[in-house]
Ligand binder design. Structure first.
Ligand code: AHR
Length: 508
């Protein structure tokens, strides 16, 4: 079978894109991230008033610079599991009057020194779109509608005038709202059945849209593909809340389990299967409802996360920051993150929003030392490469080549590829993963009425076996890819074993 070919060192993969055949414009909101009140994501992550680089509101300038460089478009806040016990009113008004609360999700103490106003003003300074989650765990309709009023009503009402009194005269105009977080998960505070959640989401969503009809709502999908209620959860809750739902959320974390490196390298394939299943479920509900509407997907938590190393929170002593979850990433993890980005680009017609979880310190591309420096992890490189060059439309591609046998996903293509084409700049960006344990030659055909002139840049990340990388090594993880050849409409590249490459090709 194909597996033998995959071991052939002369393996050649042909990848064909046609400029006429695309999925439409790539929504920049595909390149979002996530800030949760968890561990050191907020406190000593984005926010540290005593830090030498802190701005007038106490947010770190060195972290802000790295976020800008990462090219993030949307940031989801304040959770995550945290939001399911959060009282948003605790986080507004004079800071010295804000209560210290026990955070049930992470068994930590929340000081509320950062809340809605600080986050939204910071997001505006960063020019990123905020995506707020409401608590549908311990709270419900009223608190959710009040928060929309606080954020989006101009003035003349109790909550909007309170916002103005708290220093934000103009409404924030927050458009994207999550109806709770992972409500299908038994670990979630206020966990619900699909029927209970669907009803609460419908009612809270209706009230929120009565406050501001322009907002868009994200309903909780399943916490991961292997949840026992997967599929049933989506179809049941969506059927009930259909009239108010604009997006269905997906969450997935990937890790190398039991040394199964091959399956880990095929994580992008697994993510694609998951998206296809959720899209099919949305279509089935639409069909049952005789509706032309097609809620899109908000993949609002995704990343590599070594969850097998996370002992959980049950036996955790309550302390100020709770569990750290500060995974240190390797070059292999960066290749996998690149592969996952390829999958998101290749589903840009169904996935409109996606958030890498999380942004700083907690399973994050950016790390900080309290009172010290901030640095990039290895997974920073593929994200920055994609946000910088995936402009225009997402091209539909075909990959012809051998397959690899994996334990988790069966036979998967040796290579994965995605491409974007920007007609204004007359530039294409191509991203390719070689999942095989040997080098491959990739012939990338870019068909269309166009004369390609230059391969502007070609970089590669190779999954060496060096393990977690320190700041200096992580910074060097992407290096120039030598030997790239352009012949008419075909770019030929030699991809090292287990690697991920980013190319930019321009035309006359
Ligand atoms: O991102 C960390 C946690 O993972 C989030 O709080 C939760 O939504 C998910 O299970």
């Amino acid at each position: 079978m194909a597996d033998d070919d995959a071991r052939d060192p002369a393996a050649v993969v042909t990848i064909i894109f046609d400029l006429e055949h695309h999925r439409g414009a790539i929504d920049r909101r595909l390149f979002g991230s996530f800030v949760e009140h968890m561990g050191r994501c907020v406190y000593t992550g984005i926010y540290e008033p005593g830090h030498v680089s802190a701005d007038h509101e106490g947010f770190r300038g060195d972290v802000a610079e790295l976020i800008d460089e990462l090219g993030i478009s949307v940031i989801r806040y304040p959770g995550g599991n945290f939001v399911s016990g959060y009282r948003w009113e605790d986080g507004i008004g004079p800071r010295d009057l804000r209560p210290r609360r026990l955070d049930l999700a992470w068994r930590s103490i929340e000081t509320n020194q950062v809340g809605t106003d600080e986050f939204l003003r910071w997001a505006a300074r960063r020019e990123v779109e905020p995506m707020l989650a409401v608590n549908l765990g311990t709270r419900g309709i009223e608190a959710a509608a009040d928060l929309v009023e606080y954020c989006n009503v101009k003035g003349g009402t109790y909550w909007s005038d309170l916002r103005r009194g708290n220093g934000s005269e103009d409404p924030y105009g927050v458009k994207l709202w999550c109806l709770g977080n992972e409500m299908d998960g038994p670990w979630q505070t206020g966990h619900k059945s699909a029927e209970e959640y669907g009803r609460l989401a419908a009612q809270a969503g209706q009230a929120m849209k009565l406050v501001d009809p322009d907002i868009k709502l994200v309903a909780c999908g399943s916490s991961h593909h292997r949840m026992p209620t997967f599929g049933y959860w989506e179809s049941t809750s969506l059927e009930i809340a259909w009239d108010v739902v604009d997006y269905v959320s997906m969450h997935a974390y990937y890790e190398e389990l039991d040394g199964d490196r091959r399956s880990f390298l095929a994580s992008g394939f697994g993510m694609g299967e998951f998206i296809d299943d959720v899209a099919a479920t949305i279509d089935a509900v639409a069909a049952r409802k005789h509706s032309r509407a097609r809620p899109k997907i908000s993949f609002d938590e995704w990343n590599v996360w070594y969850q097998q190393d996370f002992p959980g929170t049950e036996n955790l002593e309550i302390d100020t920051s709770g569990p750290r979850i500060e995974d240190v990433y390797s070059a292999l993890d960066a290749v996998v993150v690149g592969d996952l980005l390829i999958t998101l680009l290749n589903h840009a017609d169904r996935v409109a929003v996606a958030c890498l979880a999380q942004l700083v310190n907690v399973i994050a591309p950016i790390m900080t030392e309290p009172d010290g420096s901030a640095w990039r992890q290895s997974i920073f490189a593929p994200i920055a490469a994609v946000t910088a060059s995936a402009h225009g439309v997402s091209l539909v591609g075909r990959v012809r080549g051998p397959e690899l046998a994996t334990d988790r996903y069966g036979d998967v293509p040796v290579a994965a590829a995605a491409a974007a084409y920007d007609d204004e700049l007359r530039r294409a960006a191509v991203f390719v993963t070689n999942r095989a344990e040997h080098p491959i030659t990739a012939r990338i055909e870019l068909r269309g009425d166009i004369t390609w002139t230059t391969v502007e840049s070609a970089t590669v990340i190779v999954a060496d076996h060096k393990g977690p990388l320190d700041a200096a090594a992580a910074r060097e993880v992407a290096r120039p890819l030598p030997g790239t050849r352009l012949d008419t409409n075909t770019v030929t590249v030699e991809l090292p074993a287990e690697s991920w490459a980013a190319l930019r090709i321009s035309a006359r």
